[in-house]
Design a protein around this ligand. Sequence first.
Ligand code: GLN
Length: 477
Amino acid sequence: MELTSLTIESARAAVQERRTTAVVLVEKYYAKIEKDDPAIGAYLTLCKDCALAKAAEIDTLAAKGEPLPPLGGVPVAIKDVMVTRGVRSTAGSKILCSYIPPYDCTAVARLESAGAVVLGKVNCDEFAMGSSNENSAWHPVHNPRDLSRVPGGSSGGSAAAVAADLAVAALGSDTGGSIRQPASFCGVVGLMPTYGRVSRYGLIAFASSLDHIGPLTKTVKDAAIILRTIAGRDPMDSTSADLPVPDYVAELEKPVKGLRIGVAKEYFAEGLDAQVHSAIEAAIQKLAQLGCEIVPISLPHTRYAIPVYYIIATAEASANLARFDGVRYGFRASDAKTLAEMYRRTRDQGFGAEVKRRIMLGTYVLSAGYYDAYYLKAQKVRTLVARDFAQAFKQVDAIVTPTSPTPAFKLGEKVDDPLAMYLADIYTVTADLAGIPGISVPCGETKEKLPIGLQILGKHFDEATVLRVARAYEQAA
Ligand code: GLN
């Protein structure tokens, strides 16, 4: 069985029909991880014993001829910002180097109840802060399509694991683009659901009003299967929406003819790579050929999105990260004489440079003298960004844009220039600020064979349309 061609459905069917067993499948993935991952660096922690035990349970069901659950026997990878009971969860940070959570993230628990087999935890930027995965406290991730390049971030391990066939699918998190941007850099599908669609319980918080969990997969259909599994109200997260979850897989089959697709001029501005630009233009043509109506629109506040995001995200991060004090979780500096010194040294030694930069920035914008000028102002502009979308969605059913202004850049290229790094999210942060869903779907490649991603954004809680357009494009491309 070729791992490269496996999807959720084909993996499950192979186990169900006894063409292989879940145990054999898991062993094959671990063999491939052992062989290929040293050069890629996607995994941080493997959980072989749990995975093999879970696979054996699925095989018992299959042997009895019982129908397997929707992800029965499907090997998956989980971004290390999601807690997993009994399995080390570091969020890519030294400060959680020894943290073994006593509970499971809801999204992970839901995948496992649907039969998925968790192979391990995958690498990410520290506390999901980054666009290249170079902020991991452990080691960077290399893009499987070109090892000298970054896989994107912060869910770089998730994207690389799927692109390199080190898992059938993965979960990632997106606060400013961290599912969609790495998906585009690695040539896989990445879906950010509407804020509130998927519970954040057990997601180690970065910026609570912006954090989303979602799938990275090889196909749009796989993304629909995972979303159907993890979505829905969770009493453990009061911001999770109490709305019915559509059958996203069935919805994929509806035609896209007649859908109105918005194209915003603000997303084709200075800084957009010429090859990315022409790939996106070709994708828009393709959608027109499929019978979609292409509608020019404007999202005038787009240019404020990056500054607004970096004020709100850092403000929330400074509050969320206050809990890492050496008392409650993981790492504690050993050389302190007083309590205050212990806090200080733990945080100094435990957090990396980018995390410290953000805690300082966030503390500053929330401080008494600057709150109105920065934080409050940013909140107001966030509302304007959201209103741009609300206005646009009166005219259109979905919006297409490039996912990222450039293809994957070289490792080291932007590490010393945080502002250049922040601009990698220029097309993705707007959806996080507005809380709307978005997907990145592969859309050709550059002359250098680097993948390009097409972003499709939708109305609040209308993932079905986003997925449907993505699938129609995927099949036509
Ligand atoms: N790259 C952005 C940041 O560094 C977004 C990260 C994310 O979505 N988690 O904050």
